[in-house]
Every structure is written in C-alpha cells, then in structure tokens.
Design a protein around this ligand. Structure first.
Ligand code: PEP
Length: 251
C-alpha cells in the first residue's frame, strides 16, 4: 500500500447503542488510540446520530474521529426524521458514511441519491465515505466489476479528489455474515475501483479505498494486506473496543 494513503479504520455501529454503553465503548477506543499514539493511521467511529454529539465531546483530544452513518441531501427543511450533514457537523462529526448497502436496500437509495448525499457532506465540511458493493447474485453472475463500476460512476460527485472522498468496497453478501472474499478477490475489486477512479479524478492513486464485510481482529491483517486496501469499514466488530483496536493494530 502506498504510504501516502494513511489507513482509515472506520467503525459503523449501525442502530446499536444507548448512552451509557456507547460512551463506555467510545471511551475505551479513545483510550486505546491515545495509548497507541498512532499518527500513521486514523480511527473513526460512526455511532447512531443520537449519540454523535455526546461521543464527539467525550473523545475530544484523543485523536479518535467521529462520523455519522447517513445524511439527507438537503441542508434543512420538511424531511421528517432525517438528519442534515450540517447537523452532524454541528454535533462534532468530521465524516459521514453514505450509500451503505443497508440504506440502499432498506431505503431504496439510488446512486444518484448517494451522490447528492456526498455533495451534502462536502457542503457541510464533512468527508463522505461512499459505499459500493455487489450482491451475491451479481457476484455469482460474474458481474462484480461492472456493478462496482456503475455504482462508483453514479455515486461519486463531480469534483471528487482524494482529500474529499473515501470509497468503501463492501460486498453485500459479506456484511454481517462472517463470509469474506479471498484476498485475491478483494485485490481485484480494489484494483478495478482504482482504475475506474483514474478515469474520473486526477489524483485517483491517493484516494483511500476501504474494504468492509465481516472484518474482525482475526482476519484483519490478511484483508488489509490485500492490494490497494487502505483500511476497513467495520460493523459488528466495531462494537467491541478490543476487537476494533486489534483491527487498527493490523492496519
Ligand atoms: C458494515 O456494516 O459496514 C459491515 C462491514 O458490517 P460487518 O463488519 O458486521 O460485516
């Protein structure tokens, strides 16, 4: 991995966490980050939006970054139940995940919607982590690379640069299942994503590409060593401080 791409280990807590446990988890991760004194990698936690402000305050100064899991494309308005990127920023977030497969599936988010959300993140001063990934049926049909290409081209805004974008490759069939692609499959997907990025943005070689899907302490070193992998987007294993820190150590 090119050292110019500082690995990012991002935790997606999904719809998990009440105040006391979430603060304890974030505190333990922040303590681990402080003790390790990492300057060569970044750690990010993305709690539910109700907890972003409390966690951002609690971990301030530790080096641990805090992000949202989703945002609306608009800055404000009649969108009951939604959250604006500006609100996440106001609560202390620096990043936001957009286009997670659970939102693409549960909420019908299209590539165009994801792209608008990434633009909203920029407007608010947040760094978007744009997720793409093939379903099992698409993989079995041999369509993985073309699906990734279509999603990528549709989901990242014009004007993307390495400092304004993180891409997460998350095969849908690997999320929360304990199944992972082989390192060769991960490397092939990431190489293709970088090739496609090369046709879209000038500094494609500097964009961080995360792998996500059943990453844990035990398989992180292998997955993170696959070609063109610049970190991980971690779901289940990010809910345990020691597992999440073990993944970060492997980066
Ligand atoms: C995710 O939700 O982004 C994810 C990768 O989940 P898990 O690590 O649990 O597979």
């Amino acid at each position: 991995m090119a050292r110019s791409r500082r690995p990012l280990i991002a935790g997606n807590w999904k719809m998990n966490g009440l105040t006391a446990d979430a603060l304890a988890l974030a505190g333990a991760v922040a303590e681990g980050v402080k003790q390790a004194g990492w300057t060569d990698r970044e750690l990010l936690v993305c709690p539910p939006s109700t907890l972003v402000m409390a966690i951002a305050k609690a971990v301030k100064g530790s080096g641990l970054l805090v992000g949202g899991q989703n945002c609306h494309a608009a800055a404000s308005g009649a969108h009951t139940g939604d959250i604006a990127a500006e609100m996440l920023r106001d609560a202390g977030a620096s990043h936001v995940i957009v286009g997670h497969s659970e939102r693409r599936t549960d909420c019908g988010e299209t590539d165009a919607v994801v792209r608008a959300k990434a633009e909203a993140a920029w407007r608010a001063g947040l760094l978007p982590v744009v997720c793409i990934g093939e379903s099992l049926a698409e993989r079995e049909a041999g369509r993985t690379l073309s699906v990734l290409e279509t999603q990528l081209k549709g989901s990242i805004p014009a004007g993307s640069t390495a400092s304004r974008l993180v891409v997460a490759y998350e095969p849908v069939w690997a999320i929360g299942t304990g199944k992972t692609p082989t390192t060769a499959e991960v490397a092939a997907a990431h190489a293709h994503i970088r090739r496609v990025l090369g046709g879209l943005i000038a500094d494609a070689n500097a964009v961080r590409l995360l792998y996500g899907g059943s990453v844990k302490g035990g398989n992180a070193a292998e997955l993170l060593a696959a070609g063109d992998v610049d970190g991980a987007l971690v779901g289940g294993a990010s809910l345990k401080a020691d597992e999440f820190l073990a993944i970060a150590k492997a980066a």
